[in-house]
Design a protein. Sequence first.
Length: 282
Amino acid sequence: MAEIVAGADARVASPLRWAGGKRWLLPKIRELIGERVFPAYHEPFLGGASIFLGLGAVSMAYLRDTNAELIATFRAIKARPVRVAKLVTAFTNDSETYYRVRASVPTDRYERAARFIYLNHTSFNGIYRVNLDGVYNVPFGHRDSPQIPSVEHLRRVAKCLENATLDVGDFAESLDHVVAGDLVFLDPPYTVAHNNNGFIKYNQKLFRFEDQERLSALIDEIRGRGAYYILANAAHPSIAKLFTRPWNNRIETSRRNSIGGANATRGRGTEYLFTNLRAPRQ
């Protein structure tokens, strides 16, 4: 059985800045999980992996994302974290270096991962965006002190990834490995404007409402297999209607918007968690 270790020494921060990251949700997720033990953990919208890394050591995990560069980066960290860290720290935080690195097309897997991490930490708002040709085009962020991950940090990330399978693909393919008793955490890009959400405009072409409907069918299949799920999604009437079930639990959460720009509205916003887990009684 896969045990999620709740001790503080087992938790690792994401090595990436990620729009819409859910690290702030970890206390609520830990509360829902309690002392339960799961055969395996699944996360088909990996992003910055803040939930997977923040939960601690998992003996078996299946991690997936449609972003091939992201998955390649985590695979490289898993294989040789020290090499990746040394390559990243060789870059300097200035616009000339940024645009030179952005324009580069490394073929070495570790140089490719270092490029991804460097651009992520020194770009504008940590956004991952490509043009119609698939070329990363986010401008320099002019950040005074980017938190580039250290050798020790990437070693800890690699340790967490030891028993993880990393794949590129659609979220529906995650069902290939889901069995009774597993836990699936789902955090899709939000596709409806709500609560002054600052990063919705970056997701509308990535994840349509039709994809939300496919996701709704997926959670029914997860439950049908006897597995557990926790779904984070927008606090919006269309989402409430689509995902509310007689047998699930809808939890309203609050967080500070962290993604924006000159024309973005920041502040606090509410989001939903849908789950067939019940918090253990105290």
